[in-house]
Ligand binder design. Structure first.
Ligand code: RRO
Length: 323
């Protein structure tokens, strides 16, 4: 059995499989299917300052090998989250990664301050929701705006709590955005958020989503996500990455580690297999073992390494490792 432990900045995790934001609120529904403390952590739905009902319905549409969502940041707001959801989640023994979202830098700062005295293991700063009122609010599309939000949150958050920036794939060069948030003080990067998409309903001859556009997730986006992890690892090699996008199996999770992720989030898969995170964790363990990896740490970024480094990590002569 491989050593599955990993870290996201100063946060140590027993294993590298977490849930993905937005696919299971604060984890209560998933806890009917498995022990939340068994996985690396639970990433909450992005929380905002005030309760929101989100966009009009329909707000989900199936697409080939994926789905579109146009939820529009529905949620209970920070007061209810701190009073009910977070205490409940921590009582399960799970590590709590709290995703925060806002329309302005001040809102992100206010959220980070509200979280200061609560048991939060990591803050994921969602600057990449595609379902906001204007594209100008997708801060992750602009290196200056992205850096501004992240540096303000880093200053406001508890110094012991890692701050991760969640990036969008819908940019020309994700490496530029990654460097901007790193320079702004991000302790790590989560990627990717959904890609902006659209579906037309042939019965109504109208867009399938009331919000017209939505975020594409699921296996359809996995190669895009993997490419983003690869590029960001090259751009900021020392920064821990939380990789996600269409992960359905342990093999998928392993691909993200090899491309440079220190841990992965499982999202869309839970809609048809609610215990996917624990299944993927078991499968990942077997996949590591089958390839001679003694630890998750040895697999992180492995695909970027030279043949000599790869041979040393696997404890094998270099001529037995594929060039
Ligand atoms: O709530 C949403 O519509 C949503 C969010 Br906050 C996000 O970050 N990504 C997404 O696909 N949907």
């Amino acid at each position: 059995m491989a050593d599955l432990s990993t870290s996201l900045g100063r946060l140590r995790l027993p294993n590298p499989v977490l849930t993905a934001s937005g696919c299971a609120a604060a984890g209560k529904e998933l806890s009917q299917f498995f022990d939340l403390a068994e996985i690396g952590g639970v990433v909450t739905k992005s929380i905002m300052l005030r309760a929101r009902s989100g966009r009009a319905t329909p707000r989900m549409a199936e697409t080939p090998s994926g789905m579109l969502n146009s939820i529009g940041l529905q949620g209970p707001g920070i007061d209810s989250f701190l009073a009910h959801d977070l205490p409940w989640l921590k009582k399960t023994g799970a590590r709590a990664v709290v995703s925060i979202a806002g329309g302005h830098t001040d809102e992100y700062v206010a959220l980070a301050k509200r979280l200061f005295n609560h048991p939060v293991d990591l803050i994921e700063v969602n600057i990449s929701c595609p379902n906001v009122e204007s594209r100008g609010q997708v801060f992750a599309c602009d290196p200056i705006a992205a850096g501004r939000v992240i540096s303000a949150v880093r200053r406001a958050a508890h110094p012991n709590v890692p701050v991760f920036a969640k990036l969008s794939p819908d940019v020309t060069d994700i490496g530029v955005i990654a460097r901007a948030v790193t320079d702004a003080g991000a302790d790590g990067i989560s990627l990717i958020n959904t890609l902006l998409g659209l579906e037309i309903d042939l019965d109504t001859l109208q867009p399938a989503l009331a919000g017209v556009t939505g975020g594409l997730s699921g296996p359809a986006v996995r190669p895009v996500a993997l490419r983003c992890v690869w590029q960001v690892h090259q751009s900021v090699p020392h920064l821990p990455l939380l990789g996600m996008g269409g992960i359905l199996t342990g093999q998928d999770a392993l691909r993200f580690l090899l491309a440079g992720a220190s841990a992965v989030s499982v999202g869309t898969a839970v809609f048809h297999d609610p215990s996917a995170p624990v299944r993927i964790l078991r499968e990942l363990d077997a996949e590591l073992d089958a390839r001679g990896f003694r630890s998750v740490a040895d697999a992180i970024g492995f695909a970027h390494k030279s043949p000599e480094q790869r041979a040393a990590l696997l404890g094998r002569p270099s001529e037995t490792v594929p060039a």
